[in-house]
Design a protein around this ligand. Structure first.
Ligand code: 5AD
Ligand code: SF4
Length: 474
């Protein structure tokens, strides 16, 4: 295919799994000859008006792909709003191809809506069909027909060796398993991403080895239930997530390995011991609790009690020195009472999370929770949300203050643009840089851009709500 001088853009919504899928989509498009325009700016989630942050970038594109998220209604509305804006580009360039993929198009009612409301969308494809993109694009170009029926492909099969165009040379995302079997009652993921299936361990080890030898410093293993990983090789059926981590950290080099997202039901003692023993394993556990009341946890089908969860947090804190624990919380689940909510505040207080990602419950079609009576008024949900954020902010500041006076190994990520002088960082004057600790705390300090992608030691002078401020002391 002759795509010389043609440009493509992938706009990504949602989680790190979607970011990893987008890296594959970009890899496939690049292998077809397209120049890839950075779509991340265009999906800027902080833009409340649902508009593209950098609309100019899209003007010259020949292919635009929206990689969507369905986990909450807000993400869907934003993707629809952005798709609506693409009409303007199609009017200007009738040869522009517009494709939609990701979790949204795994839902029939969404596909119907796209068919009827966005006549300028040319094709859709599933996350399990990325390797078929050349065929789909070719078909769209030659047939001049819309391709809105997803092809039946074997959802159980993991296609390996799809080209990847990574967003960063020193921080990499490595999916190790896909799908989810947990069926939390509020969650659309098992319905759109399918059943759990894991990659072959040798393929994962090969990928991580390659990344480390090319200088990658921070590797995040990804999965909707990353710690439920099971090697699919029948010759080695008992090989699990802890085995995989043990093998990964045997790879020589100066790097960190992280993993996200874990389900609290699958945290064996061996994993905790391993985290304590090996500094290559980042000192951070993201462990979504979702709610603090046993009644709500049961309605959510989370398969654990608050007591089990708090015991697990205690075990982690006791056995892994300095570990940072973060969590996801849903506020306003159907029938949540004041008392239930107080239990959520109480679990936050007791667990002393380093940080949380709080969400207001969002009703998702075809999930069991969508059938439950949702009696909590909107105002009550937002009030609860604010109380929860306020409590967590106090805890986060307190946690960050404990870093004051300490020197922490930090991976330098980027220029820190938010602070005065940040975007002026250069080799001579050294503006502000942003980095991450092993515990995934944001660190802000002065330095030259040549440090980006390397480890430095930073002495922390001040812990604030959103990060640690310090100075390099190598
Ligand atoms: N409403 C609100 N938050 C949700 N999440 C998943 N489904 C929903 C929903 N329907 C949150 C959970 C999960 C995170 C990725 O998104 O907290 O851990
Ligand atoms: Fe959704 Fe629960 Fe699976 Fe996480 S574990 S993806 S919240 S169903």
């Amino acid at each position: 295919m002759d795509n010389i001088n043609k440009k493509a853009c992938v706009v990504t919504f949602g989680c790190q799994q979607n970011e990893a899928d987008s890296e594959k989509i970009k890899g496939v498009l690049a292998s077809m000859g397209y120049d890839i325009i950075d779509g991340d700016m265009t999906a800027d989630v902080s833009n409340k008006f649902g508009e593209f942050a950098n609309p100019g970038d899209l003007g010259g594109c020949d292919v635009i792909i929206m990689n969507t998220c369905a986990v909450r209604e807000h993400a869907e509305l934003k993707a629809f709003s952005r798709t609506g804006q693409l009409k303007h580009y199609k009017n200007k360039n009738k040869d522009l191809l517009i494709g939609i993929c990701g979790c949204m198009i795994e839902q029939e009612h969404v596909v119907e809506y796209i068919k009827n409301s966005f006549p300028y969308v040319d094709f859709i494809f599933g996350a399990r069909e990325i390797h078929r993109l050349p065929e789909i694009i070719n078909q769209a170009l030659t047939s001049k027909k819309r391709i809105l029926d997803k092809t039946e492909c074997d959802g159980e099969v993991i296609v390996e060796d799809v080209p990847v165009l990574r967003d960063s040379q020193f921080e990499a995302k490595v999916p190790i398993m896909y799908g989810c079997d947990n069926f939390c009652s509020y969650c659309v993921v098992p319905h759109v991403r399918g059943r759990e299936r894991s990659r072959n361990k040798d393929k994962i080890l090969e990928e991580v080895c390659g990344l480390v030898s090319s200088g990658c410093k921070d590797i995040t293993l990804l999965g909707q239930n990353v710690n439920s990983y099971k090697n699919p090789d029948p010759a080695n059926p008992d090989y699990n997530f802890t085995d995989l981590l043990s093998d990964i950290i045997k790879i020589d080099g100066d790097y960190w390995v992280r993993f996200i997202t874990s389900h609290p039901k699958d945290v064996p003692d061996r994993l905790i011991t391993l985290m304590n023993e090996n500094k290559k394993l980042a000192n951070h556990f993201h462990l979504p609790v979702q709610a603090g009341s046993d009644r709500i946890l049961k309605l959510m089908n989370r398969k654990y009690t608050r007591e089990y969860y708090l015991d697990l947090v205690e075990k982690l804190r006791k056995n892994v020195e300095d570990i940072a624990i973060t969590s996801d919380i849903i506020v306003g689940f159907p029938s949540e009472t004041d008392e239930d909510f107080e239990d959520t505040l109480d679990i936050i207080e007791k667990a002393q999370f380093d940080n949380i990602f709080p969400f207001i419950y969002s009703k998702r079609k075809n999930t069991p929770a969508a059938e439950m009576e949702d009696i909590v008024p909107r105002k009550e949900k937002t009030d609860r949300f604010e109380r929860l954020v306020k409590l967590q902010n106090e805890i986060s500041v307190k946690k960050n203050k404990t870093y004051e006076g300490r020197t922490v190994k930090t991976l330098v990520e980027s220029v820190y643009k938010k602070l005065y002088g940040g975007d002026k960082a250069d080799k001579s004057d050294g503006g502000y840089l942003a980095g991450r600790t092993s515990t995934h705390k944001l660190v802000i300090f002065r330095g030259g851009i040549d440090l980006i992608g390397s480890f430095v030691n930073v002495k922390i002078n001040e812990g604030r709500l959103h990060g640690l401020y310090g100075e390099i002391c190598n």
